[in-house]
Design a protein around this ligand. Structure first.
Ligand SMILES: Cc1cc2nc3c(=O)[nH]c(=O)nc-3n(C[C@H](O)[C@H](O)[C@H](O)COP(=O)(O)OP(=O)(O)OC[C@H]3O[C@@H](n4cnc5c(N)ncnc54)[C@H](O)[C@@H]3O)c2cc1C
Length: 260
C-alpha cells in the first residue's frame, strides 16, 4: 500500500504580506511551517498505515529549503520523503503545480494520495483535485472522517456546508482533508533522530520526464495581474424579518453601496 502525502511549506503567519511591486509573497524574515491542513493529511496517512500497513511517502515541490518541511514530516512518522526541485518548475501556477506533482507521484507509485484541503498562503484548494485529474483517478474533497478502510476501498465522510456525504471510493484515489479529521501527533524522539539522518530523495524533471513547455511559468495558464490583502471591514448589519423582507433590505443596502 503506497500512501503519498503532498505537503506544502508555507509562511508561518496569519497575515500574508505582498510586495506591491512584484506581486509576490514577502517571505524574508517569516519562518516556514508545514501547511496546517497537510499536518492533518500526514496524520491521516499514518493512521491508515497503522491500520492496514504500507509506506507513507511525503512529497513537496518547492525550493531546496522545503527539505525542512519533509524532515519535519519524517519526525512525525513518515517513511520516505521526496523533494521536487528544479529551476524549470519556478513560477508554476496551480495547473503546472498539479501537473508536476502528478508526474512525480506516477514515478513514486500510489494507491492513496492525501492532500490538505488548501494551502494557507495560496488558498485556492485546486492542487489536490488537479493532481487527481492529471492521474485520471477519482478524488474526494473535504474529508472529515475515514469511516472504514479495506485493502481496496475507503469509506469517507465528506464535509459540506450544511451536511455530510458518505463516499465509498475504490483505490487508487486522492482525497483532501479538513482539520476536523484528526489531531496531528507530535514528533517522537525516534522520529527526530530518523529525520536528522534520512536522505531526502531529490527529483528534477530529468527523472520525471514531463513536457518542459508544460512546466513552470511557461506551462502556467494563469496570469496574476494584481495581488493585494483586502481591507478588513468590521462594519456589519444583521437583517431581520422573513426571507422576502430580508431580501428587500439586502437589495436596498446593495443599491446604497452602488453594488447593483
Ligand atoms: C501565475 C502564477 C505564478 C506563480 N508563481 C509562483 C512562484 O514563482 N513561486 C511560488 O512559490 N508560488 C508561485 N505561485 C503560487 C503557486 O502556484 C501555488 O502556491 C501552488 O500552485 C499551490 O497552490 P495553492 O497554494 O493555492 O495550494 P492549494 O491548492 O490550496 O493546496 C491544496 C493542497 O495541495 C498540496 N500542495 C499544494 N502545493 C503544493 C506543493 N508545492 N507541493 C506539494 N503539495 C502541494 C497540499 O497538500 C495542499 O494542502 C504562482 C501562482 C500563479 C497563479
Amino acid at each position: 500500500m503506497n500512501i503519498v502525502v503532498c505537503v506544502k511549506q508555507v509562511p508561518d503567519t496569519a497575515e500574508v504580506k505582498i510586495d506591491p511591486k512584484t506581486n509576490t509573497l514577502i517571505r524574508d524574515g517569516v519562518p516556514s511551517i508545514i501547511n496546517p491542513y497537510d499536518m492533518h493529511a500526514i496524520e491521516a496517512a499514518l493512521e491508515i498505515k497503522e491500520k492496514i500497513g504500507g509506506t507513507v511517502t511525503v512529497l513537496t515541490m518547492g525550493p531546496p529549503q522545503a527539505e525542512t518541511a519533509l524532515r519535519d514530516a519524517i519526525s512525525l512518522g513518515a517513511d520516505e520523503a521526496v523533494l521536487l526541485s528544479d529551476r524549470a518548475f519556478a513560477g508554476s501556477d496551480t495547473w503546472a503545480t498539479a501537473y508536476t506533482l502528478a508526474g512525480a507521484i506516477k514515478k513514486i507509485g500510489f494507491d492513496i494520495i492525501i492532500c490538505g484541503k488548501q494551502a494557507i498562503d495560496g488558498d485556492t484548494a485546486q492542487v489536490g483535485p488537479g493532481i487527481a485529474e492529471f492521474l485520471n483517478i477519482p478524488h474526494v474533497a473535504f474529508v472529515s472522517k475515514i469511516k472504514d478502510i479495506t485493502e481496496q476501498t475507503l469509506t469517507l465522510d465528506r464535509m459540506m456546508d450544511d451536511r455530510y456525504e458518505i463516499v465509498e471510493a475504490d483505490m487508487p484515489v486522492l482525497f483532501t482533508v479538513v482539520k476536523e479529521i484528526n489531531v496531528p501527533r507530535l514528533p517522537s524522539l525516534k522520529g527526530k533522530i530518523k529525520a536528522k539522518k534520512i536522505e531526502i530523495k531529490k527529483m528534477t524533471n530529468a527523472e520525471i520526464g514531463l513536457d518542459v513547455e508544460s512546466l513552470g511559468l511557461s506551462g502556467s495558464p494563469t496570469q496574476v495581474k494584481n495581488i493585494f490583502a483586502p481591507d478588513i471591514v468590521k462594519d456589519r448589519k444583521m437583517l431581520e424579518g422573513g426571507v422576502e423582507e430580508q431580501v428587500n433590505q439586502l437589495m436596498s443596502v446593495l443599491k446604497e453601496l452602488k453594488c447593483v
